[in-house]
Design a protein around this ligand. Structure first.
Ligand code: UDP
Length: 407
């Protein structure tokens, strides 16, 4: 075992800004860890593409918004690479190009618990770490269509958000005692709104008396947001629109250049999504797993207007099966769903109730607590882990390895 260099245990999160979900998950867990353990441990975030990968791979986060602009191509690549042997073939083929960078990553973080919230890093980091390392824990941030690269069986523990994701982990050869159904890690701010709808709308400067639709295309402002916004504006529905363009500055500028009929509020990347979700009546979104999990906690009915083929297919099924929203990829479906929910408030209320039932607001706190235990801060009795996991998972939690001792 490597000797820790710092007095405080450290947990490093391996993420990358390919979309907004990986960063959001890492930040949510870090927030929960410090809420529980204060500054008794150190947390860090490493964008492994930007900080470690060699040229041209270090540009992938910047290229990602362009790459996903052709969803069919992305879907074909996802399907072709998804499978144990395909993933092994691909990662092994890349290993000679990235091994130096991966070894540097492993060397620089050898005294830290590593937590991956991204599928791509696992094979490389675990290869470089070898057999003798502090705990390596994966937190899967895709709800259903979880790519094989999430499930490297050398990880010490893998948190998954749903029972379906757990079954996929087992299909990919991970031992069942290493897989824990926790839920999607989402900021605890979604469970603790800073005010009721009236107060939040006042704070945000939105009208109190209008049915308000929140339109989001993930962290990068992806998908046909403009077309959907025009469809709502041109309909006869009396609706206020709030559009979040995320990091897509071009989309933000385009939307701001339009003269809209109905009250319309346009934002770039915002840092107070919990307030926005609590203040809105419905969310129209790309099928991003983070946004879906957040909307469930906020009790916000979901209309999915776009998805990443392959990667987000399962999210659409999840939303429909849980009856927390609908798949409405064309404007006519969007308008008729909105019309239905406005004219039949009880139908929307039923969906809100389903959101509350499907939500996992305890996921982040549980993951944070267990990571603290793995970093050596507390002993976590098996019964306590079970309490955190709750009865929906029908899982027992793996017995913890001995605590990591710090000097
Ligand atoms: N998000 C945010 N501000 C924005 C746009 C998005 O904080 O302006 C967050 C959103 O709340 C969610 C994440 O970015 O946590 C998007 O993750 P998701 O998995 O839905 O989609 P991705 O962007 O990863 O495709």
């Amino acid at each position: 075992m490597n000797k820790p260099s710092s007095k405080k245990p450290a947990i490093t999160f391996l993420f990358s800004d390919t979309g907004g979900g990986h960063r959001a998950a890492a930040e949510a867990i870090i927030e929960a860890i410090h809420a529980e353990y204060g500054d008794t441990l150190v947390t860090k975030m490493v964008d492994f593409f930007k900080d470690y990968a060699p040229l041209p791979l270090n540009y992938l986060p910047d290229l990602y918004p362009q790459m996903v602009k052709i969803p069919k191509l992305w879907g074909a690549f996802f399907d072709l690479s998804d499978g144990c042997s395909q993933a092994r073939f691909m990662t092994s083929a890349f290993w000679p190009f990235v091994s130096t960078a991966a070894r540097r990553l492993a060397y620089e973080h050898q005294n830290e618990v590593l937590v991956s919230v991204h599928p791509v890093v696992n094979f490389f980091a675990l290869n470089a770490l070898g057999a003798n390392h502090l705990p390596y824990i994966t937190v899967v941030t895709d709800l259903v269509s979880t790519h094989a690269m999430w499930f490297d069986h050398r990880a010490d523990l893998i948190f998954v958000p749903t029972e379906i994701a757990r079954r996929r982990a087992l299909e990919y050869g991970v031992l069942s005692e290493k897989v824990c159904v926790a839920g999607q890690p989402v900021s605890t701010r979604f469970s603790n709104p800073s005010g009721d709808k009236r107060i939040l709308r006042e704070k945000l400067g939105w009208p109190q008396d209008k049915f308000t639709v929140l339109l989001v295309g993930g962290g990068e402002g992806m998908g046909p947001l403009t077309g959907m916004t025009h469809a709502i504006d041109e309909s006869d529905l009396d609706i206020a629109k709030v559009i979040i363009a995320g990091r897509n500055a071009r989309l933000e500028a385009q939307l701001k250049a339009v003269t809209w009929e109905n009250p319309t509020y346009i934002y770039g990347f915002i840092n107070n999504m919990p307030d926005f979700m609590r203040a809105a009546d419905v969310i129209v979104t790309k099928a991003g797993p983070g946004t879906i999990a957040e909307a469930l906690i906020a009790g916000l009915p979901i209309i999915l207007y776009a998805k990443l083929d392959g990667q987000e297919d399962g999210n659409v099924d999840f939303v429909e099966n849980e009856k927390v929203g609908v798949w409405a990829p064309d404007p006519a479906m969007l308008i008729s769903t909105l019309r239905g929910w406005i004219s039949q408030p009880y139908a929307r209320e039923a969906v809100i109730e389903n959101c509350r039932r499907a939500a996992r607001p305890d996921a982040t706190r549980m993951i944070g607590h267990i990571l603290g235990a793995r970093a050596g801060l507390v002993d976590l009795p098996q019964e306590m882990a079970r309490d955190f996991i709750g009865d929906r998972s029908r899982r027992t939690f793996p017995r913890l390895r001995p605590n990591v001792k710090t000097t």
